[in-house]
Each structure stands twice: as C-alpha cells, then as structure tokens.
Design a protein around this ligand. Structure first.
Ligand code: DGT
Ligand code: MG
Ligand code: MG
Ligand code: MG
Ligand code: MG
Length: 267
C-alpha cells in the first residue's frame, strides 16, 4: 500500500521495550483514595468491601491479560508481575501498563455494586500505573517483600491509630502525638493493654494483604457419547488453571518453596 506523506510521524514514537529476561512489574495505585474512601464511607482502618472489590478487579486483570504469574495487593494498590520470558505486546511498557490500568479501572466500576450494593459510586475513580523491571528472582522477591512489609507497617499503625480515636476517644491529633516515635512493640502493647487486642489475631488479609496466583484444578464432568449407536456415559477430567487468593506471608522461603512454578530460574 502506498504510504501517505504523513507516515513519517510514526517515527516520533519512542521505543519503550522492556529489557529482556527481567520480570515486568506493573503497580497501580488509587488516585486520591484518601478522599475517595472518605466520600464513600469506607470503614476504618480496613473496609472489606473495598478490599474485596480491589481483589475482584485484580482477578479480572489476571484472567483477561496474558502472562501474569502473581499479583499482590493491599490498601488502594495492586502489583502485577509478568513472567520474565513474556513477549506479550513485544514487552512494550506503555501497552502493558495501560492495559492493566484500564482493565482494572473498568472492572472496579463494573463490579462496584457486587460489593457496595445500593450505595452509589459518586464519581469515576482513577488509578495511576508504573512499570518497574527486576532482573533477578532475589530482586523480585525483595520487591514483593517491600510491599508486604509496607502493608504490615501501615496496618499496625492504622489499627492502633483508629483504636485510640474510635475506642479511646482521642482526637486524631492526640492519637498522632501518642504514636509519634513509637516502634512496633509499643503499638502492640497499646493495643493489648488498652484495647485488649492481640494484633496477631487481627484478620490475616488485613495484616498480609492479598496474593493472587494460578492454581491447577482437576475438573471432572460426565459426557454422553454414542458408541456403535449406543448411548454411553463417560467421565472426562480436565486440568484447568484458576486464580486463587492467598493471605499468607510471602517474605519467607516457605511460600516460594510451595509454589515453585511462579519464578523462572535465574541463569
Ligand atoms: P495518591 O495515591 O497520591 O493519589 O493519594 P492517596 O490519597 O490515594 O494516598 P495513598 O495511595 O498513599 O494512600 C491510600 C489512601 O487510601 C489512604 O489515605 C487510606 C485510603 N484507604 C485505602 N484503603 C482503605 C480502607 O480500607 N479504609 C479506609 N478508611 N481508607 C482506605
Ligand atoms: Mg501516593
Ligand atoms: Mg493512592
Ligand atoms: Mg496507596
Ligand atoms: Mg487498535
């Protein structure tokens, strides 16, 4: 086909191919969710409807897009890890990131009513995205450990903060002052001695966030077939992959030993 004289503008596109052999991480984060949570009456410090909707949207991203081996989410963020050998969209960062962000955002709106029922969505939420490349399994594991450690630190702080405010009747400024300079042990102690709470008994999905991985399941169905004009019933077993949500520690070795299929060998 003849080229128009306008074709040259294509050369202004920049190459954003992700380096080979690296895991491609796309992290999304809710835009101004401080306000979004306020306006939609999210429970403090954790709203299970909101967390479940995030995970439902992340599940849609994993099911609809290619090559995502694990996703990890907490608060208003989700990270999606593409397998290091992925060649989806020729590894173009902008394609991968925008597909993740748009699939996630439209799912968040699409599934809103499944979690919030009649409560209306007051305005269209948005999510920012970024792409980060990790060249080794250690780097990727450290990335995920960083996000899970962040979940833990924030959740311990928020749990203590909102206990002081909602149960201890402190003002938000007083609670802030009370927590200034405290370490994890101090917060555990406040929860235990003042609110009779054992932090380690708080829900796992609040303390550890949510990891989505692919799980193999055997599906058995029965089928009617005709053999020599005779109807026969046979059972057929198919192995299918299904997204499963886990709320376990992903910092230690155990999780990675139990799921060796997530990472590809360095080498
Ligand atoms: P950004 O990301 O720079 O546009 O601004 P934000 O406001 O989204 O800030 P970010 O992402 O650092 O912090 C997440 C906010 O979302 C934080 O203010 C608390 C809120 N949030 C997330 N999950 C929950 C929840 O389950 N309950 C409540 N009450 N708030 C939540
Ligand atoms: Mg932020
Ligand atoms: Mg945010
Ligand atoms: Mg955030
Ligand atoms: Mg097109």
């Amino acid at each position: 086909m003849a080229k128009s004289k306008f074709e040259y503008v294509r050369n202004f596109e920049t190459d954003d191919t992700c380096l080979r052999n690296c895991y491609i991480v796309v992290r999304l984060d809710g835009r101004n969710f401080h306000k979004f949570a306020e306006q939609h009456g999210f429970a403090k410090p954790n709203d299970d409807r909101a967390l479940s909707l995030m995970t439902r949207s992340a599940r849609s991203v994993m099911e609809e897009l290619e090559d995502i081996v694990i996703a990890y989410g907490q608060s208003d963020e989700y990270s999606f890890i593409f397998k290091r050998s992925s060649n989806w969209f020729k590894r173009r960062a902008s394609k991968l990131m925008t597909h993740v962000a748009s699939q996630f955002s439209s799912s968040y709106v699409f599934y809103w009513k499944d979690y919030f029922g009649e409560q209306p969505l007051l305005y269209p939420p948005g999510f920012d995205g970024r792409v980060v490349l990790y060249p080794s399994n250690r780097n990727l594991r450290d990335y995920l450990s960083w996000r899970q450690a962040d979940c833990h630190i924030n959740n311990l702080y928020n749990t203590t903060f909102w206990s002081l405010v909602l149960k201890g009747r402190l003002s938000t400024t007083q609670a802030e002052d009370r927590l200034k300079g405290t370490v994890a042990g101090d917060k555990n102690e406040i929860l235990f001695s003042e609110f009779n709470m054992n932090y380690n008994s708080e829900p796992l999905h609040h303390r550890k966030g949510t990891s989505l991985i692919w799980e193999k399941v055997d599906e058995t169905t029965t089928k009617q077939i005709k053999v020599l004009n005779e109807e026969k019933e046979v059972t057929v077993t198919k192995t299918r992959k299904r997204v499963t949500a886990l709320h376990c520690d992903i910092i230690g070795d155990q999780f990675w030993k139990e799921h060796p299929e997530i990472l590809e060998d360095d080498g």
